[in-house]
Design a protein around this ligand. Structure first.
Ligand code: FES
Length: 176
């Protein structure tokens, strides 16, 4: 499904390890031809970098001798590609009908306020990426929020706060 509203976060090329560019170049050079290989190359780049910063896309365009617009066009079209860095945990609020009716918008709103990011973005500390998703088939538990592959159902805003804080505490504990 095509996606809308691609929002890239600003990453300096200095933050991108040169050895990752080398790995990407080795992959591109190993191909018999780059003709028709654009999607494979973008996949490989996402595997290596974890996401697709602007600089990487321009690098691919230069390497392949095509325009940056062509590469950006492919990345914006496919939902599997992301131009934003991904957090350690992905929080997805179900926006399917049952969850929507039972209060998902308030949960999504609270997450945006609490984490200071919008859907599709990652917190500055790299802990969370925020996403919306459609029905996960657990409508009896609506409203549903998924964190990574764990489902939290019948959530109130207060419970969601506590869950987020427990992840933050756990991360702080790991860091010290
Ligand atoms: S609508 Fe959210 S789980 Fe079905």
């Amino acid at each position: 499904m095509p996606k809308t509203g691609v929002r890239a976060q600003t990453i300096s090329v200095k933050d991108l390890p040169p050895e990752k560019f080398t790995r990407l170049d080795e992959y591109i050079n190993s191909l018999p031809s780059t003709k028709g290989a654009l999607i494979d190359i973008i996949y490989k780049a996402q595997e290596i970098f974890g996401f697709l910063p602007r600089e990487v896309l321009l690098h691919i365009a230069r390497k392949m001798g095509i325009s940056g617009a062509e590469v950006f066009g492919v990345v914006s079209f496919y939902t599997n590609f992301t131009m934003n860095p991904q957090g350690l945990h992905t929080i997805s609020v179900c926006m399917g009908t049952a969850c929507f009716v039972k209060g998902a918008p308030a949960l999504a709103q609270r997450l945006q306020e609490k984490l200071g990011i919008h859907e599709g973005e990652t917190t500055k500390d790299g802990l969370f990426t925020l996403k919306n998703l459609r029905c996960v088939g657990a409508c009896g538990l609506a409203p549903v929020v998924m964190i990574d592959d764990k489902i939290y159902g019948r959530l109130t805003v207060a419970e969601l706060d506590q869950i987020i804080e427990s992840y933050q505490k756990e991360a702080a504990g790991v860091a010290h």
